[in-house]
Write a protein that binds this ligand. Structure first.
Ligand SMILES: *[C@@H]1O[C@H](CO)[C@@H](O)[C@H](O)[C@H]1NC(C)=O
Ligand SMILES: *[C@@H]1O[C@H](CO)[C@@H](O)[C@H](O)[C@H]1NC(C)=O
Ligand SMILES: *[C@@H]1O[C@H](CO)[C@@H](O)[C@H](O)[C@H]1NC(C)=O
Ligand SMILES: *[C@@H]1O[C@H](CO)[C@@H](O)[C@H](O)[C@H]1NC(C)=O
Ligand SMILES: *[C@@H]1O[C@H](CO)[C@@H](O)[C@H](O)[C@H]1NC(C)=O
Ligand SMILES: *[C@@H]1O[C@H](CO)[C@@H](O)[C@H](O)[C@H]1NC(C)=O
Ligand SMILES: *[C@@H]1O[C@H](CO)[C@@H](O)[C@H](O)[C@H]1NC(C)=O
Ligand SMILES: *[C@@H]1O[C@H](CO)[C@@H](O)[C@H](O)[C@H]1NC(C)=O
Ligand SMILES: *[C@@H]1O[C@H](CO)[C@@H](O)[C@H](O)[C@H]1NC(C)=O
Ligand SMILES: *[C@@H]1O[C@H](CO)[C@@H](O)[C@H](O)[C@H]1NC(C)=O
Ligand SMILES: *[C@@H]1O[C@H](CO)[C@@H](O)[C@H](O)[C@H]1NC(C)=O
Length: 752
């Protein structure tokens, strides 16, 4: 009972902007996604606490469905509940299939639902680099509809940041050259916003980019608002162009840490300390310009100053001075400002961030609701429980799961459905939301975020088995799964998506995406794999293989499935995972043959060839599906050049560099690697070919394998690859090519 009273108190604290149901935007979803049912839904705003809805049959001769709801977000969630639970259709990151619903089925007994937390959050600052960096509004629209239907009401909204920032910097006397010297390349802006990096190693960020992103944000923000979402907008963080120090010699500007292998001039960003009056001046200027650009749409501001870089001074008085002055600057600009902060630093730099320091820092802002802390990796390394619920600040239980946009099927659905509830029902805690904070939003991982956002509408843990099977039926557009397909998803649900091993609790990185090493790649989560787990925490032969075979049999039995996009996607996904896992075995075998003093160079060559064959099969497989193409990433990037060839080159370089070398000289090479057609068949294959031929030649000559040389040659391959232009190599196409079913058939025969 005490808990319920507490929840009611929190709900009362939700800003009124969140509590008024304007149904216009929800009708918009129907027009966009279910055009055949326009006019058949009645959506009614009703009074009530929190976010709640009732779905019932319309009691008029014309029939249809009525959704009564207390907030816009609840209206959208009510619509989603109807289309999924009654209609049997769904919307995915791979596309909306809601219009597949031919006739609206009756509801019968009304269905009610309500959110168990006031806030449902989405995005990580770096998702704006790893996933949405180059998105057009069309791609945004699909995701925004997905978010609204899932019931998200506080999404992060970073697009267009630089336009406002540039204006604020101009106002304090910086020239454009000085300002643009600070800004990162198009694919790297999130880390510039974090103060991790500065400058652009592929050519200065074009002013056109800044303008275009502002225009894009002017489409995104009203759509978010219309869909019942309060955007979390950026603020001035303190990171400034280095030239500011010469304009203001007396200002407290210090050099920050170098970040993640980067060195000056691309790191050690200048930081204007918040106790300097110039900080507040810039904050007020920034926020007022932002209000002018988008209207007064929010009081939430995302602001991170120490993401993977530490404060200059660990004294508690320094830390509380930083945070209190930062907070005061926000309130000077917006009297109702709430400071939203990622709590990643408390995990990533846990040696620095002792509880005493965390408390000092968080106490710089008063009370509970002055801040909203995102416990970013709560499914793996929760911080709320070691910090006494962030020392009383309100916070959101977030799921990270994805690092660098890695693929690699993995999930712990039982934990995701239980741990947030356990946290919420812990006495005296200040949790107010759940959220998805994936670094990259890879299509294959959608299920692990979908279930969390769905859990936000259920006060008891969702039944995972049931969830997985019903979701698969919606994916395959069938009323219920055939026994074979049901078996396939039972296997996946009880193994790959029930991974209890905390050491591998994230997307599993495929070793084929790494620059070749003779050791350290397999079963790693250490330095060689950039901290990403490469251990496959399940037996491929009893999970991926039977699931893939069962899907294949379903295809043979019912060719109608071939026209269902998510069915084809899942076939490719499982085949891809099979190959990625088999590659580990081939690699391990190759190294053991090489290490065997008695083996010949022919034997090494024989053991090496299958790795290259596998990569060729993988590339051919990926080419068949629109969701696995390097050319899409590049086309999305170059669309912003408006036909300007030199700008297009800059964009393509930025796009390629992020997913390959990630830095001018491979600073965090391969962290954001992808199994995409083109990338696998050209870049990864070239590196592994180099590896195999080096093993063969050193075996033949008796010379020692030299990792330094292999790594240097591999870096050169990367630098050459990043300068290429798509469409100039043989075999490169802009869209898909090849037939999925032919290739999957071959892969099953060859590799299962
Ligand atoms: C509801 O939202 C629509 C679209 O965003 C807007 O045009 C309309 O003015 C809003 N209505 C009210 C009453 O606020
Ligand atoms: C900086 O401080 C010095 C010493 O207080 C003062 O003489 C000087 O005018 C200041 N310069 C600026 C640009 O404010
Ligand atoms: C950059 O920061 C690192 C510490 O992270 C420091 O060792 C280095 O000296 C700094 N470089 C510059 C140019 O300040
Ligand atoms: C750290 O900050 C404290 C308090 O503001 C100050 O007394 C101390 O001198 C600072 N230390 C360094 C190394 O700057
Ligand atoms: C937005 O808020 C600011 C104060 O925070 C106020 O000065 C301004 O008039 C408001 N703008 C609108 C359009 O309401
Ligand atoms: C917090 O919870 C995690 C996950 O359950 C656990 O591993 C960790 O030990 C807990 N920390 C504290 C201080 O209780
Ligand atoms: C979960 O759902 C499955 C499949 O619908 C069902 O067999 C099982 O009994 C359910 N478990 C619980 C605890 O309700
Ligand atoms: C990796 O770990 C798995 C068990 O998780 C084990 O079967 C395999 O032999 C290990 N491989 C290597 C190369 O250490
Ligand atoms: C899995 O199957 C492959 C191919 O049949 C076989 O080579 C391998 O030994 C099996 N692995 C395990 C762990 O059973
Ligand atoms: C094309 O883009 C380049 C690089 O961004 C820019 O310098 C140049 O002015 C642009 N040319 C035209 C004609 O817009
Ligand atoms: C490996 O190659 C590098 C670069 O050519 C060289 O400096 C180094 O001495 C070599 N290492 C060994 C052990 O031969």
């Amino acid at each position: 009972m005490a808990r319920l009273a507490w929840a009611a108190a929190l709900l009362a604290a939700v800003p009124t902007a969140l509590a008024a149901a304007n149904v216009t935007g929800v009708y918009g979803i129907i027009e966009r996604r279910m055009p055949r049912h326009v006019g058949q839904f009645t959506i009614k705003s009703v009074e009530g606490d929190g976010d709640a809805f009732t779905v019932s049959d319309t009691t008029s001769p014309r029939g249809g469905i009525t959704i009564e709801c207390t907030t816009t977000s609840a209206c959208a969630r009510g619509l989603y509940t109807y289309v999924t639970e009654v209609g049997g259709v769904d919307i995915f990151w791979t596309g909306s299939r809601l219009n597949e619903l031919q006739i609206l089925p009756q509801v019968g007994k009304p269905i009610t639902g309500s959110a168990i937390v006031p806030y449902r959050y989405h995005f990580n600052t770096v998702t704006f680099g790893y996933t949405t960096a180059f998105w057009s509004f069309e791609k945004w629209e699909l995701l925004l509809d997905w978010l609204a239907l899932k019931g998200v009401n506080i999404p992060l909204a970073w697009v267009g940041y630089e336009a406002i920032l540039v204006d604020a910097f101009r106002e304090v006397g910086l020239s454009d050259a000085e300002i643009f010297d600070f800004l990162a390349g198009p694919a790297f802006l999130p880390w510039n916003r974090f103060g991790n990096i500065q400058g652009s190693w592929g050519g200065t960020l074009p002013a056109q980019w800044v303008e275009d992103q502002l225009a894009l944000q002017k489409q995104i923000i009203p759509r978010m608002a219309e869909l019942g979402m309060t955007p979390i907008l950026p603020a001035f963080t303190g990171f400034v162009p280095r030239a500011l120090a010469s304009h203001y010699p007396n200002a407290s500007i210090i050099l920050g840490d170098a970040w993640s292998g980067f060195t000056a001039p691309y790191s050690n960003d200048s930081f204007l300390e918040p106790f300097d009056p110039l900080f507040t001046q810039l904050q007020k200027s920034f926020i007022s310009k932002q209000q002018q650009a988008y209207g007064n749409v929010t009081h939430f501001y995302t602001l991170d100053q120490y993401n993977e870089i530490n404060p200059a001074n660990g004294s508690t008085s320094y830390l509380s001075s930083i945070s209190s002055n930062t907070f005061d600057s926000l309130r000077a600009a917006d009297p109702d400002a709430v400071w939203v902060m990622q709590a990643w630093l408390f995990f990533a730099s846990s040696a620095f961030w002792t509880n005493e320091r965390i408390e000092a820092f968080l106490s710089g802002a008063p009370g509970s609701d002055s801040m909203l802390i995102l416990d970013l990796f709560a499914e793996g390394q929760p911080q709320w429980n070691r910090t006494d619920s962030f020392f009383g600040k309100q916070w959101v239980w977030c799921e990270l799961h994805n690092l660098g946009g890695a693929m690699g099927m993995e999930g712990n659905l039982p934990l995701i459905t239980q741990a947030p509830l356990e946290a919420l029902y812990t006495e005296d805690n200040t949790m107010v939301g759940v959220g998805a904070t994936m670094e990259g939003q890879e299509f294959e991982s959608e299920i692990v975020y979908a279930i969390l956002l769905d859990q936000a509408w259920s006060s008891t843990p969702l039944n995972v088995t049931d969830y997985v099977i019903k979701r698969a039926a919606r994916r395959y557009q069938v009323k219920s799964l055939t026994p074979g397909l049901q078996k396939a998803w039972e296997i996946l649900g009880s193994t790959i998506y029930d991974n209890q091993d905390p050491a591998t609790g994230a997307t599993i990185k495929a070793i084929l995406e790494f620059s070749p090493l003779i050791s350290g790649l397999v079963n790693s989560s250490g330095k060689q794999s950039l901290g990403l787990p490469t251990t496959v925490p399940y037996d491929t032969n009893t999970t991926i293989v039977p699931a893939l075979q069962l899907l294949w049999q379903a295809h043979e039995a019912n060719l109608a499935l071939d026209g269902v996009p998510e069915f084809t996607f899942d076939l490719v996904m499982l085949s891809r995972q099979l190959l990625a896992n088999r590659f580990i075995d081939l690699y391990t075998h190759l190294v053991s043959v090489y290490d065997d003093a008695a083996s010949s160079s022919d034997a090494v060559n024989g053991a090496g060839q299958p790795l290259l064959d596998l990569l060729a099969d993988l590339d051919a497989l990926l080419y068949t599906n629109e969701n696995y193409l390097l050319s899409t990433w590049i086309a999305d990037a170059t669309q912003w050049a408006h036909g300007n060839a030199s700008y297009a080159l800059l964009l393509e370089f930025s796009a390629r560099n992020q997913i390959t070398l990630w830095g001018p000289t491979g600073e965090i090479s391969d962290y954001a690697g992808k199994q995409w057609a083109g990338l696998v068949g050209e870049y990864y294959a070239a590196r592994w070919k180099l590896f195999v031929s080096t093993l063969v030649s050193t075996k033949a000559s008796g010379r020692a394998y030299n990792q330094t040389e292999v790594s240097a040659a591999s870096l050169q391959l990367g630098q050459a690859f990043d300068l290429k232009t798509w469409g100039t190599e043989p075999g490169e196409t802009w869209g898909t090519k090849g037939n999925t079913f032919d290739i999957v058939n071959t892969i099953i025969k060859r590799w299962a």
